[in-house]
Design a protein around this ligand. Structure first.
Ligand SMILES: C[S@@+](CC[C@H](N)C(=O)[O-])C[C@H]1O[C@@H](n2cnc3c(N)ncnc32)[C@H](O)[C@@H]1O
Length: 192
């Protein structure tokens, strides 16, 4: 088995054992361990949330006094007391409230045509940043999947003008073969 395949299997088994809806949960756990994205009692918007691994991690981090609004075109596979699920296309959905944290693990359906997939991913990540700019409270945090390349650089530069701390990172749970990176942004300056 290739090392990347073995890693995928490893996190898949760990997710199953821990009761996570997806192995993606470990990526957010690793990001949060390093960058401290959440605090108890916060409100979180999770974009591209299905099947629900990230939502489970966020739900636990913010606790009973916090809440998570989880948006995806597909329904979630989890049901938690502090989670509201919204089945919508994020490209046309307009949120109506403010949040402490915005997350996006959105990915397009990958076709294998690199330029196309790269463009679609950039479109989703750009939409996530636009939403974050609208709904984040001052001091809020944003974590977003991007594909490595010009689009990631563009989003990084844009975020640098809007947040106190901005970093592009690749959590260990992300396959080395995949071009995905995560933009971690902390301390939103607020809308001008
Ligand atoms: C990698 S999965 C997310 C996994 C999730 N973070 C988890 O931990 O379970 C990417 C998700 O993005 C969603 N997605 C892609 N484009 C979308 C769009 N335009 N609107 C809403 N969701 C979208 C897909 O339906 C898919 O569920």
């Amino acid at each position: 088995m290739r090392p990347d395949q073995a890693k995928k299997e490893h996190y898949y088994r760990m997710a199953k054992k821990a009761g996570y809806a997806s192995r993606a949960a470990f990526k957010l756990k690793q990001i949060n361990r390093k960058y401290r994205v959440f605090k108890s009692g916060q409100s979180v918007l999770d974009l591209g949330a299905a099947p629900g691994g990230w939502t489970q991690v966020a739900s636990k981090e913010v606790g009973d006094t916090g809440k998570v609004v989880a948006v995806d075109r597909r329904p979630l596979r989890i049901d938690l007391a502090n989670v509201t699920s919204v089945v919508e296309d994020v490209l046309s959905w307009i949120p109506g409230e403010q949040f402490d944290v915005v997350l996006s693990d959105m990915s397009p359906s990958v076709t294998g045509i690199w330029e196309h997939d790269q463009y679609e991913q950039w479109r989703l990540a750009t939409r996530a940043l636009e939403i974050a700019e609208k709904v984040l409270k001052k001091g809020g945090n944003f974590v977003c999947k991007v594909f490595d390349g010009e689009g990631a650089k563009e989003l990084y530069e844009r975020a640098k003008g809007e947040f106190f701390f901005v970093k592009l990172t690749k959590p260990l749970a992300s396959r080395a073969e995949s071009s995905e990176l995560y933009l971690v942004c902390k301390g939103y300056f607020g809308r001008h």
